[in-house]
Design a protein around this ligand. Structure first.
Ligand SMILES: Cc1cc2nc3c(=O)[nH]c(=O)nc-3n(C[C@H](O)[C@H](O)[C@H](O)COP(=O)(O)OP(=O)(O)OC[C@H]3O[C@@H](n4cnc5c(N)ncnc54)[C@H](O)[C@@H]3O)c2cc1C
Length: 404
């Protein structure tokens, strides 16, 4: 039984049904596939593409209009110190081929549609819209009382997976605590058109207040995520488009603006609160957590969904073994899943935190150190290879697992 049918929960449901598990997927709201304005996008790395390719989902997702990231430029607003990453320089994938791209930019709503089309044609029982009323974890099974559009019922399964996002009800009901903090920042999201073609380039500009990312969209525009304090977020959501474009240009700084060629147009804006929330356990009793229910990280490195898809891959791997097939919720299977996911999650969270601290530090001398650090990364092939491997999500790809 899976509660939460976002991209992570829905992909898990589909993967498990392909392995002949009986699956019920409970989701609070009927999914919305329409494009939103501003576009709510996700940057998926090459490793996630390979995973989705193996599930037969990638080509339909890419057909909904995926921006391609072949280059990533990381720097500061004044252009002091910079790293340029290019897919062509990336170390080869486990199969020996170089990755076609470092990542892809997909829209959340349209990206979900192919997953749900396949779910509708599968034996997965879709319980939506439905809410969870209560939960009982027993020795052999978990029972969940749900309330649908017009009826209440009880579902019973040997394993319950909480895929219900950052403020997971399942996590809370299973008594799993969290660690983390509120960044006191909002991520302003908008889509903007610039004068120069983006040439499949993503820019990450580290500002004192928080990072500003430009992600290339399929239609030539960029989707931006701009981390700002709450008072600035309030102001940026209230001003008119022309004032927002001017504020964004100031934040990007002269060097990035030169590469963008000026910002000429913006969509409307929306804002997301940014927080770090990591579950103290990824499994307890017969309950496992995946996706944002297990870990919500800062979007600076664009890793949240990539991490969630890796949870799916690992959980499916554990459940498809002999022990998992015999009893998917048994303690040894749950603990094996939790242990394998903890290391990857903590590594991503630590990397993200270190970037935020190094670039956010006002200490004298830090600016000089940052610039030298970026220059060193740019020149030292071994370090850059490592960065490229992580950016493309290839370090977590098992050998020989690359898609077509
Ligand atoms: C501004 C911003 C930019 C980001 N950019 C990137 C990026 O570029 N790359 C990347 O990899 N990640 C990015 N992320 C992170 C990414 O969006 C999340 O990691 C990802 O969406 C998590 O997916 P999920 O399915 O786990 O959770 P969600 O997408 O939150 O889905 C949870 C689902 O559970 C349902 N639900 C909730 N409660 C219940 C309940 N009680 N019962 C039943 N159903 C319930 C919800 O309706 C929802 O459908 C970004 C995040 C933010 C905020």
């Amino acid at each position: 039984m899976i509660v939460g049918g976002g991209a992570v929960g829905a992909t898990l449901a589909l993967s498990l049904s392909r392995l002949d598990f009986r699956v019920a997927l409970v989701e609070l709201r009927a999914p919305v596939f329409a494009s939103s304005s501003p576009e709510r996008v996700i940057a998926l790395n090459y490793g996630s593409r390979v995973h989705l390719e193996r599930l037969g989902l990638w080509s339909q997702m890419a057909d909904t209009g995926a921006g391609v990231i072949r280059h990533i430029v990381v720097g500061e607003p004044d252009g002091d110190g910079r790293v340029d990453m290019d897919a062509a320089e990336a170390p080869p994938c486990p199969s020996g081929r170089p990755p076609e791209a470092l990542g892809y930019v997909l829209e959340m709503g349209p990206m979900l549609e192919p997953v749900y089309r396949q779910l509708e044609a599968s034996p997965v029982e879709l319980c939506m819209p439905a809410s969870v009323r209560s939960l009982r974890i027993g020795e052999d099974a978990v029972e969940v009382d749900i309330h649908g559009r017009d009826a209440a019922r009880t579902l019973r399964a040997p394993l319950l997976v909480g895929a219900d996002g950052t403020h997971s009800q399942i996590r809370r009901m299973a008594g799993i605590t969290t660690r983390g903090w509120d960044y006191n920042r909002f991520g302003i999201v908008a889509s903007v058109r610039c004068e120069r073609p983006h040439a499949d380039t993503a820019f990450e500009c580290f500002r004192k207040d928080g990072p500003l990312a430009f992600l290339p969209l399929a239609d030539g525009r960029y989707s931006i995520v701009w981390a700002v304090p709450p008072s600035t977020a309030h102001q940026l959501l209230s001003i008119d488009d022309a004032s927002f474009v001017r504020a964004l240009a100031r934040a990007a700084g002269p060097e990035l603006l030169r590469r963008l060629g000026g910002i000429v147009e913006t969509s409307g804006r929306t804002a997301f609160p940014l927080e770090l929330t990591i579950a103290s356990r990824f499994a307890a009793g017969r309950v496992a957590l995946v996706g944002n229910a297990a870990h919500t990280v800062h979007p600076v490195a664009g890793q949240g969904m990539n991490l969630g898809l890796r949870d799916v891959e690992v959980l499916v791997g554990e459940l498809s073994g002999e022990l998992g097939r015999r009893d998917p919720g048994q303690s040894i299977v749950m603990q094996a899943y939790a242990e394998r996911r903890r290391v990857d999650t903590l590594a991503v969270a630590a990397f993200t935190e270190s970037m935020l601290h190094v670039f956010g530090s006002p200490l004298p001398g830090m600016k000089w150190l940052r610039a030298r650090g970026l220059d060193t990364m740019e020149r030292w092939a071994g370090l850059k290879d490592l960065l490229l491997t992580h950016a493309a999500g290839m370090s977590q790809m098992p050998a020989g697992e690359e898609g077509a």
